[in-house]
Structure formats: structure tokens, C-alpha cells
Design a protein around this ligand. Structure first.
Ligand SMILES: O=C(O)CCC(=O)C(=O)O
Length: 293
């Protein structure tokens, strides 16, 4: 990694943080935005909610916020290239990085919505890769009370374990998929101040509870992968190169939108959803969409 560029140094994980990530499968409390920037980002997200309150392209804004927002919303695609986030992710995955998905996890004040214990990559068609990391950035105060994530340290050393599909409406996951018999006594909370992020491994067991606070809980989840993740995989999948090079071209590289909800990007969005849902629904007993909004 070049040592002469401030961009490459800001946000890089320390050796201790890297060791912690390797041992636990997650780290928390990494600052990536100052308080003014994070307030501006929240305002920009909330302005989109006002502008597109009636939906766009035949879908609600929630649909785009929850699945692949970076394909149609320039702000989300640009956030995936934030240098401080990329520097931290590069410390784990190396210098060739693609963003596979950008999503917002919003729980309104008093919301009973939860996320059950799961491993992210279970249904993503990426096999059991070690080379997928989620950067989860807090755009509000994501306290224990507000329903921050909880993680089971070391659980990423498992393969993909069995999940039961609960299809619980209160669950933000697509199938309400859930790992049974978790020993919650060893779980660790990952509370975040606005502008901090956590990083978690695609096989790390994690969950989150309801928002008992008086403010919205807003999290931005960016899923990063390397070019090699696609090696030997069936089907088609898409990702946006955000650092380095993708010489393998196993991912269909997308450029990211120039303007919100352009017609060509909405078409691409639908194509990506069709291809990814073909993977997600494999083995499910009923139809599922990629995520529930
Ligand atoms: O926002 C949450 O509570 C859960 C997010 C999550 O499961 C993820 O980003 O993988």
C-alpha cells in the first residue's frame, strides 16, 4: 500500500484492529465521517424520502433503499467510494475492491422491526467466500437502545450453517431466515456514534433488536467483494469497481448512475434484481424478494 498518500492512510485499520477482525469476524467504532458530514448525509437521504415519497419506476423508494440503491441513486454509489471506508476495507480484502450492494437499514423510532441471527452470504450465491465484507455506517446514533447490531465473536470460522425460513413480517430479512440455538450470552453489541462504522465478515453471525429510542436508526450497509469471489461461480452477478482493477471480469462491472433514477439505470436495476433473485430463491419454499422493505 503506498504510504505517501493521505487518502491511502486515513481510515486504514491498525494491526490490532486487523487482528481483532481476523479473530472475531467483526470490528466496531471505526470513524469514517465527521459529525457535520454525517448530518449532511442524513439530510440528503431524508430529502430523497420527501422527493420520492410516491415512489419511482413503479416501486417505493424503500425498495431502492433496501436493495442495490447504488444502481439508481448517485449518492449511494458515491458513498461506496468513500476513501476512509475503502482504506479500512482494503486493510482486510486487499487493493482490488468492488461494491456488490449498497443498502439502507432504517428503523423508525419505536419500531419493533428486528433482524434475526444470520450469516449474510447464505443466499448470495458467493459460496463460502472469506472475501466479502460489510461496512455498516451509522448515519444516526445507533445505540443499544436504538437496536444496534450484535455479533457472535469467532462465528465467521464456521462454514455456512443451516438457516430456518420464518417469513416473519417483523423481520427485515427477505425470508426471515434465522440460525437456531444461538448462545446469546456470548454476543457483543456494536453501538455506533453517527459517522462511525463497523465491519463484519460475510459468515459472522449477527442480529439486531427493535428501536426503542426516540430517533430514527439509520444504517448504510455497503457490501464489498474482490474480483476473485466470482471465480468458478455459476450464473450472472454485478458489482461496481471502486478501487484497483478487476482483471478477472467475473463480475459484470457496472458504472454507477450519473443522475437519480435514469431510465437506463432503472432497466439495469430490474435486470440485476431478476438475476440475483434467481439465486436467492433457490431452495426457498415460497417466493421471496431480495429483502423485505
Ligand atoms: O441493520 C441491521 O440491523 C442489520 C444489518 C445486517 O444484517 C447487515 O448489514 O448485514
Amino acid at each position: 500500500m503506498p504510504k505517501d498518500s493521505a487518502e491511502f492512510i486515513a481510515g486504514c485499520l491498525t494491526a490490532d484492529q486487523q487482528k481483532q477482525y481476523e479473530a472475531d469476524g467483526f470490528i466496531s467504532g471505526v470513524r469514517v465521517f465527521d459529525s457535520q458530514t454525517v448530518a449532511e448525509l442524513r439530510t440528503a437521504i431524508e430529502a430523497l424520502e420527501v422527493t420520492y415519497s410516491d415512489g419511482v419506476g413503479g416501486s417505493s423508494l424503500d425498495q431502492y433503499f433496501r436493495v442495490n440503491g447504488h444502481v439508481v441513486i448517485p449518492l449511494l454509489s458515491e458513498l461506496a467510494s468513500t476513501p476512509a471506508i475503502l482504506n479500512a476495507v482494503q486493510s482486510i480484502l486487499g487493493r482490488n475492491l468492488l461494491a456488490w450492494s449498497v443498502e439502507l437499514f432504517i428503523k423508525e423510532p419505536g419500531s419493533t422491526k428486528t433482524v434475526s441471527w444470520h450469516q449474510d452470504i447464505t443466499y448470495w450465491g458467493m459460496g463460502e467466500t472469506n472475501d466479502e465484507v460489510t461496512a455498516w455506517v451509522a448515519l444516526s446514533d445507533v445505540s443499544v437502545e436504538a437496536g444496534c447490531m450484535r455479533f457472535i465473536p469467532g462465528s465467521h470460522t464456521n462454514g455456512i450453517v443451516s438457516h430456518s425460513d420464518t417469513h416473519d413480517d417483523n423481520n427485515l430479512l427477505s425470508r426471515g431466515q434465522e440460525i437456531q440455538d444461538i448462545d446469546e450470552s456470548v454476543a457483543r453489541h456494536g453501538p455506533l456514534q453517527p459517522g462511525e462504522m463497523s465491519l463484519h465478515h460475510g459468515r459472522c453471525f449477527h442480529a439486531s433488536g427493535p428501536n426503542r429510542s426516540e430517533d430514527r436508526r439509520i444504517g448504510l450497509a455497503i457490501r464489498y467483494v474482490t474480483p476473485e469471489v466470482r471465480d468458478g461461480l455459476e450464473g450472472r452477478d454485478y458489482a461496481m469497481l471502486v478501487r484497483g482493477i478487476d482483471s478477472t471480469r467475473g463480475w459484470i462491472n457496472i458504472a454507477g448512475p450519473q443522475e437519480p433514477f435514469a431510465a437506463a439505470d432503472l432497466n439495469l436495476y430490474q435486470q440485476i434484481i431478476r438475476d440475483q433473485e434467481a439465486t436467492l430463491t433457490e431452495g426457498a419454499e415460497q417466493d421471496v424478494s431480495l429483502y423485505s422493505a
